[in-house]
Design a protein around this ligand. Structure first.
Ligand code: BES
Ligand code: MN
Ligand code: ZN
Length: 484
């Protein structure tokens, strides 16, 4: 999708379709001699959130989609209205549309926020993954959307649109990577995708192959990767958009391109969904692309821990003990708790870049789905300020997380007689004990962990990657840039 800013002069507007409020539709009708047509059409229209009405007009605006309740509402209602409009526009056979909805009054939410909400809704509604369909069922014709605002709002709108276009590209990348099947999206494929991102200005890439990882002592990562014929990769992207001396923000993604469970094999039902086990990697790559496209004035280091978790004659057995890059030893009691094993070595490695904050993103535990379902990503942090900033970015973007505890009391569940720790905790709170495991590999740094097992993909009829938490992380990076 391509977003652009335009002036809200209704008399001069030409568009195949305009999405707007009832009040603006009436003004448009008056300006274009359509008052009688409009009045006939709206006799039964309820001007409420959730209602909408499409009216064909004569003149330079061929039709108008009237959104109920768009005069004044709350932020949640505005998102609802934006989603409804986006679905309508995406279902029409038009290549471009205009949207005049930035004058809605929402307490303490400005033009930039409204523009962001509209663009995000449009990006989601217009996304399709049709790479493997001989005859795509519902292709989307919509390619361009102009957002209309008054003169005074143009500057803010143009800044928001730059961010909106960048986020659109980042979301699409994250969803595409998530939706690709595991016979295509391998660790090597993820490396190729990172290489594409690295072609941009101010970006560099380092890839660690298995030989290099062995030499760095990454025994935890290798214990996962060794069972697969696909070589594992540790991918490091650096974006330097900020000042040279600024410490980078570090993003770390779990990139298990398929999770069979390993020797602790998963049961067959829904095992196909384990192609989404690289959605953390997809999210950090997506938001990195968005940050680069938006030219955010920050430094980033993005690490993807990419491996396939397979059973084989070379696979790790339950009870095997490995040494992580940190030097700590791990008894692998369950080979299906593999995410934390690849992540702990990635966390150790990323700290060599002296980041000012580390955020890892992972489809880490089924327990997180039990706790939070799909509406919230799980959030853990060893620093309240970092947790609050990520939570706030969730509210801004509507892509939300909920914080869970990282209390010391939970750490003991990782004790074992045979190594420094086990890779699974006993006694419930599986998401918390997984986060506790990760916390042991972060030394004196601000760190947050996001468990996106429930939020990163849809199940059932709408099965597919959600692109989460790209929007949330992007809002966090924008806030860190001092742009909002
Ligand atoms: N990738 C899974 C977690 C997952 C489950 C993500 C469902 C998305 C949907 C992870 O590697 C895993 O298998 N976790 C185990 C941990 C357990 C063995 C301690 C789990 O949640 O069952
Ligand atoms: Mn697993
Ligand atoms: Zn997994």
């Amino acid at each position: 999708m391509n977003y652009s800013a335009a002036n809200s002069d209704l008399a001069a507007l030409r568009a195949p379709c305009l999405g707007t409020s009832l009040a603006v539709a009436k003004r448009l009708a008056k300006a274009t001699g359509n008052t009688a047509t409009l009045n006939r059409a709206i006799t039964d229209f309820k001007d409420q959130i959730g209602e909408s009405l499409t009216v064909n007009l004569d003149g330079p605006v061929a039709r108008v989609v009237i959104m109920g309740g768009a005069e004044e509402c709350g932020p949640t209602q505005y998102r609802k209205l934006a989603t409804l409009l986006a679905q309508k526009l995406a279902a029409m056979n038009i290549a471009q549309a205009a949207v005049h909805l930035l004058s809605t009054k929402i307490k303490s939410h400005n033009t930039a926020w409204k523009a962001q909400a509209l663009m995000q809704a449009l990006s989601h509604a217009s996304y399709r993954f049709n790479h493997y369909k001989s005859k795509p069922k519902q292709p989307v014709a919509l390619k361009r959307v102009r957002l209309l605002a008054g003169q005074a709002d143009q500057k803010a709108l143009r800044a928001a649109i730059k961010l909106g276009n960048a986020l659109d590209a980042g979301l699409a990348l994250a969803k595409d990577l998530g939706n690709e099947p595991s016979n295509v999206c391998t660790p090597t494929y993820l490396l190729g995708q990172a290489r594409k991102i690295a072609r941009s200005k101010d970006v560099s890439l380092t890839a660690l192959d298995e030989k290099k990882m062995l030499s760095l002592g990454m025994g935890a990562f290798m214990s996962v990767s060794q069972g697969s014929d696909q070589p594992g990769k540790m991918i490091i992207l650096r974006y330097n958009g900020g000042k040279k001396a600024d410490a980078p923000i570090a993003l770390v993604g779990k990139g298990i391109t398929f999770d069979t469970g390993g020797i602790s094999l998963k049961p067959p039902p829904a095992m196909d969904e384990m192609k989404f086990d690289m959605c953390g990697a997809a999210a950090v790559l997506g938001v990195t692309k968005a940050a680069i496209d938006a030219q955010l004035p920050i430094n980033l280091v993005t690490v993807v821990a990419a491996a396939e978790n397979m059973p084989s004659g070379r696979a790790t057995r339950p009870g095997d003990i490995v040494t992580s890059a940190s030097g700590q030893t791990i008894e692998i009691l369950n080979t299906d708790a593999e995410g934390r094993l690849v992540l702990c070595d990635a966390l150790t490695h990323v700290q060599t870049y002296k980041p000012k904050a580390i955020i890892d993103v992972a489809t880490l535990t089924g327990a997180c789905i039990m706790a939070l379902g799909s509406h919230a990503s799980g959030l853990f942090a060893n620093d309240d300020e970092l947790a609050d900033a990520i939570t706030a970015a969730g509210e801004t973007s509507g892509d939300r997380s909920w914080r869970l505890p990282l209390w010391d009391e939970y750490q003991a569940s990782l004790n074992t007689n045979f190594a420094d720790m086990a890779n699974v905790g006993g006694g419930g709170a599986g998401s918390v004990t997984a986060a506790c495991f990760l916390s042991r590999f972060v030394k004196g740094q601000k760190w947050a962990h996001m468990d996106i097992a429930g939020s990163s993909f849809h199940k059932g009829g709408a099965k597919g990657s959600s692109g989460r938490p790209v929007a949330q992380l992007f809002a966090y990076l924008v806030a860190q840039s001092g742009l909002n």
